[in-house]
Ligand binder design. Structure first.
Ligand SMILES: [Ca+2]
Ligand SMILES: [Ca+2]
Length: 283
C-alpha cells in the first residue's frame, strides 16, 4: 500500500496540507495500539548499520535479462557484474543470515532520530531533500567505501494524541517499514530493488490511539547516494521527522500512571494521612 509523497509536499507545508486532504483516502485504517495507554517520552531507538563488501557476489535478487527487470529470471550474482546489494532479499541476508565474509564493518547503538545517509547524498541532494546525519558506520576509521550498506531500526512509535497519522520513508535505494498494532498483522510499505530517490507513505491514513506501536525499518544503498529518513504527518500537517520523544526503544518502555490513577493515589494518600493525624490526636 505505497503512496508517493510528491517532492513539493516536502518543500511546501501549505501545499502538503492541501495534498494530504486532497488524497483524502476516504477510509483510514483503524489500528489500536499494541500497548495502550501513556508512556514516558522516548530517547530514541536501537539501530544497526552494516557495510557489505563491495565485491560480495551472492545476491539472491532475481534479474530477468530478456526483460531487463528484477523479480524473475536468475540471481543477479550469476552475472559478472552482479556484485553488492540489489534488493530486500540481500538486506535480509546481511541482517539475518550473512554469508561468510560478507560484512566488512558494522555499528550498533541508540539513535535519537531516523535520518541517515552517506556523504554523496548530503553533497548532491541534502539541499533538495534535506540534510541528514552521516551514517555512524562511516565515522572516522570507518570503511572507505560508502556503497553497499544497510540500516535497521526497531522500537516503538509513541502516540500521545489519538488521531490520523501517516508515515513516509525517504530512501535510496530501497526499504521496508512495518508498523504493528494490537492483534492485527503489521502494516507494511516497501520499495524493493534499486529505485530513484523518493519518499513513500501509506496510501491510507492510519487512525491511531494513545499508546505504543512497534515498528521495524530496514533500508539499503547500493551505489552513489544513500539515505533513509522516517517522517510522519498528523491530520494532513506537514511531513516532519518522527521526534525523539516519539521513538521508544524496546527496553525503555515505562508506563505513566493515568490522571485518574494519580487522583486515586492522591486521595488514597490523603485518606491515610488524615487517618494518621486522627490517630495522633487520639493518642
Ligand atoms: Ca553510497
Ligand atoms: Ca544509491
Amino acid at each position: 500500500m505505497n503512496t508517493r509523497v510528491p517532492r513539493w509536499c516536502r518543500l511546501a507545508p501549505v501545499l502538503a496540507l492541501v495534498a494530504a486532504a486532497g488524497t483524502a483516502m476516504a477510509d483510514p485504517v483503524v489500528l489500536a495500539p499494541e500497548l495502550a495507554g501513556r508512556y514516558q517520552a522516548g530517547t530514541g531507538v536501537d539501530a544497526v548499520f552494516l557495510k557489505v563488501h563491495d565485491d560480495w557476489q551472492q545476491s539472491t535478487v532475481l534479474w530477468n535479462q530478456a526483460e531487463k527487470q528484477f523479480g524473475s529470471g536468475v540471481a543477479v550474482s550469476t552475472y559478472g557484474w552482479g556484485t553488492g546489494l540489489w534488493g530486500l532479499a540481500d538486506w535480509q541476508t546481511a541482517n539475518l543470515n550473512p554469508t561468510p565474509g560478507m560484512i566488512e564493518g558494522s555499528w550498533a547503538g541508540r539513535v535519537s532520530q531516523i535520518a541517515f545517509g552517506d556523504d554523496m547524498y548530503n553533497t548532491l541532494y541534502g539541499a533538495k531533500w534535506g540534510s541528514v546525519d552521516l551514517a555512524p558506520l562511516f565515522g572516522s576509521g570507518g570503511p572507505a567505501s560508502q556503497e553497499n550498506w544497510t540500516s535497521s531500526f526497531g522500537g516503538y512509535i509513541r502516540i500521545t494524541e489519538a488521531g490520523l497519522y501517516n508515515f513516509s520513508v525517504l530512501h535510496d535505494d530501497g526499504f521496508f517499514f512495518r508498523l504493528r498494532g494490537a492483534g492485527s498483522p503489521a502494516l507494511e510499505i516497501d520499495n524493493d530493488f534499486l529505485n530513484p530517490r523518493d519518499a513513500l507513505g501509506f496510501d491510507q491514513n492510519l487512525l491511531l490511539g494513545v499508546g505504543l506501536y512497534s515498528f521495524e525499518l530496514g533500508a539499503y544503498d547500493r551505489l552513489e547516494a544513500g539515505v533513509v529518513e522516517l517522517s510522519w504527518a498528523r491530520n494532513g500537517s506537514p511531513w516532519t521527522r518522527v521526534p525523539t520523544e516519539n521513538l521508544v526503544a524496546f527496553g525503555d518502555v515505562t508506563p505513566v500512571p493515568e490522571p485518574g490513577t494519580w487522583t486515586l493515589l492522591l486521595s488514597g494518600l490523603l485518606a491515610v494521612a488524615s487517618l494518621a493525624a486522627r490517630r495522633r490526636r487520639r493518642s
